[in-house]
Structure formats: structure tokens, C-alpha cells
Design a protein around this ligand. Sequence first.
Ligand code: ZN
Length: 245
Amino acid sequence: MGRVYAVLGDIHANIDALNTVLTDARAQGVTDFVSVGDVVGYNAAPVECLRIVRDELKCPVVRGNHDNYVSWLDTSLDDFHPAAAQVVEWTRQQLSPEDLQWLHDLPLQRPVMGFTLVHSTLDMPDHWGYVFDTQQAEAHFNYQRTQLCFHGHTHVPMIYAATPGGVVRYEPCDFTIELGQRLFINVGSVGQPRDGDPRASYVIYDPATRQIRFRRLEYDVAAAQARNRAAGLPERCSLRLEAGR
Ligand code: ZN
């Protein structure tokens, strides 16, 4: 049996969503986990999520903007939404120096067995640009050297394909990758979906069959909200979970 990958994005310290995803992934035959970053931020279980990703899954991860803000202590939070910035400050206090160093040292992009991981885009991975349209994806494709690249950051699952006629955008769907097709796939968010669907999102990639599958899973949103409220995190972070925005 070959490897089957689960691609996790924007876990954002949501242990209730992460555990649900891990159970599903194993039931689906996943053998390996990779992540497009933002392990922490917004929710109340950064330590648990980080240690599962790093120690249990031994997951190749790239640095997301929240991972960056939490661990690069000289980064200014002035341009950041106040609620998000408040959680960044709170998260810094939860993590050990070793955990902070691990986040700090994550690469901005990394190759994994023939595909690439990045949080935002490969053209300027440290600018945290959001890809919502084909023009933004076009800039990224100029730097994509592998057939397949996974990303996150918008928390909205999406498929971009580079074709001779330009970049085409597709809604998430299950499909088989064609030979020579160049794809930039947004895996959505495990811990804070923003496409109006509160269910946790991730992608399964099977290199042997070349299949891509988008998974959406209900999880215990109320438990995640209770955890956030008990930690004193901004109410906005809890409300977003049930709205999927
Ligand atoms: Zn994020």
C-alpha cells in the first residue's frame, strides 16, 4: 500500500475539529498528514494542537501568518484585527519556549514527495496574500515548480488550474488529477471555516490513484465555543465557528 495524504489547513487551535478530522482521515485510509499552516490562533487549544501536529502526526508544516505573529515576537500586530491580536498575545503565554521556537522555525514553503505546501502563495509567501481570484492565482503559478501545490489562508476551499488559456477556478469537488495538469488547491480550514459552512474542511490526496477528495465534517462546535469562552477569548472567535464565517 502506498501513502495517502491528509492535507490539513488552518487548524487554528481548534482541538475539537482536529480530533474529528483525524478520526475521519484514519477511517479513510490516510497514512500521512501534512499541513499548510496556522496551527494556532483564534481558538483555545494551541498547546494540544501543536503537540499533536508536531509530536504525534510528525506532520510536515509550513508557517502561517498566525504562527508567524505568535512566534516572531518583534512582529507588529498594529494592522491585525484586535480580536485576532488579542488571541495572538494569549497564545504566546500558553506555549513553551520550545513550542514557540518550533513555530518560529517553520519554513514558508516546503516540498513533500512531489508536491508543495505553502500557507498563502509561492510568489510572495511572506506577504500573506489572499488568493480569491484567478489573477492572484496566476501570480502564484509563475513560482509553482511542482504539478501540485496545496495552500490555505482564506479558509475557503477552492481549486485553481493553470491551463494554456489561463488560470481556471473550480469549486471544491472530488476528481482525478490528469497528467500534466498544474493545480493550486486550497484545502479549506479545519478549525475556522469561512465559506458559510461551519463543518471542518480538509483534503485527501492519493498519489497512486491521483485522486483528490474534499472532506467536510460536522464536529462539536459547542464544545469548541465553551473552551474559547472558558479561556476568556473574544466572543467573536466563538460566534464565527457556528456561522462558518
Ligand atoms: Zn488562518
